[in-house]
Ligand binder design. Structure first.
Ligand SMILES: [Ca+2]
Length: 331
């Protein structure tokens, strides 16, 4: 009897955990700024702790190294089955050349072997992100998926346009409407209407389409928020003595060889998506419009589905402590 109740207790705990666990898809331009790398560290940890199920990492950075880097991270964090969606952007549409994903992929140990292992044998078999979205959303429960988008909107706009296929009779837009709970983005600047934020300007038409047509609520962490919370370089320098090699630390050093503090734009979107608590203030419902020049304009509107986040200095300082504690923790 005692044994049975222990089993039942275990089962209900497991089910409770399952019920709380959020489905998250991470949409990233990994390889441009290094905040994407810090942000994904948090997601791997949330997944390991059972707070989320990381359904996929979708790339909106083209080139051969970003998917290899994600595979390397999946392997290092012990989560090598997380699927990777390839960028739907045209090859060469963005800053070409070396970036930290390449540097870390090419690191060698003393014996001249790759410093970090990878798991995927054939990267040509990875699906393009819009296709992988369809595959995963088709299987998901209704309104169960949070998408965190911390790069460009290209894949999301392409997804809306996808027709019925072998995964689902629904169009992309219908699939999103049925399966996605909400979209959390890092984009725009809500205080300066003349500011053209990087994630917006790198695909303005796609960003316009997402804010005009995306059929769920959208929560946006704007540029000025992440700017107020800078990840301290001294943490990168001092807080990782528990390991000889760390791919995120290496990425940070490759991106910022002079080790500067870096704004936490993408981390704030991840934090809001997974563990919002009272870390942030959320605007009234409204509408965000992206201009042809790349400005982001918010106006309050009854029944609007767009919200943006802001923080007080006190909240900013709490969030910074949280980030440092989370990221320096052993996975
Ligand atoms: Ca980013």
């Amino acid at each position: 009897m005692k044994r049975l109740s222990i089993i039942l207790l275990g089962l209900s705990l497991a089910l409770g955990l399952q019920a709380r666990r959020q489905n998250v898809i991470f949409e990233t331009d990994m390889g441009n700024d290094v905040d994407d790398a810090l942000a994904i560290d948090m997601l791997y940890k949330y997944a390991k702790e059972g707070n989320i199920r990381l359904m996929a990492v979708m790339l909106n950075k083209e080139g051969q190294f970003p998917p290899r880097f994600i595979d390397l991270l999946n392997t290092w964090y012990g989560q090598k089955r997380i699927p990777i969606g390839l960028s739907g952007r045209d090859e060469g549409s963005l800053v070409a050349g070396s970036n930290y994903t390449q540097v870390v992929c090419e690191e060698k140990d003393e014996a001249g072997k790759p410093l970090y292992r990878r798991s995927i044998k054939d990267y040509s078999r990875l699906l393009p992100a819009p296709k992988l979205y369809r595959k995963l959303l088709a299987r998901a429960k209704d309104h169960s998926v949070t998408i965190v988008s911390v790069g460009f909107s290209t894949n999301l706009a392409l997804l809306l346009d996808t027709p019925a296929d072998e995964y689902s009779p629904l169009t992309g837009r219908q699939l999103v409407e049925q399966k996605v709970d909400r979209l959390v983005t890092m984009a725009g600047h809500m205080e300066d209407k003349n500011f053209h934020e990087y994630n917006v300007v790198n695909d303005i038409p796609a960003c316009q389409r997402v804010y005009n047509e995306w059929p769920t609520d959208i929560y946006t962490s704007p540029f000025e928020l992440g700017l107020q919370i800078r990840y301290p370089a001294r943490s990168i320098q001092n807080d990782f003595t528990w390991t000889a090699h760390h791919p995120i630390v290496d990425a940070y050093k490759a991106y910022l060889p002079r080790l500067e503090d870096r704004p936490t734009w993408d981390l704030t979107a991840v934090l809001y998506a997974v563990d919002a608590q009272d870390f942030f203030n959320v605007s009234a419902p409204g509408r965000i419009t992206i201009t042809d020049e790349g400005s982001s304009l918010y106006r309050q509107e009854a029944g609007g589905r767009h919200y943006y986040l802001s923080v007080t200095p006190r909240q900013a300082s709490r969030i910074l402590d949280y980030f440092v504690q989370k990221i320096t923790k052993k996975p």
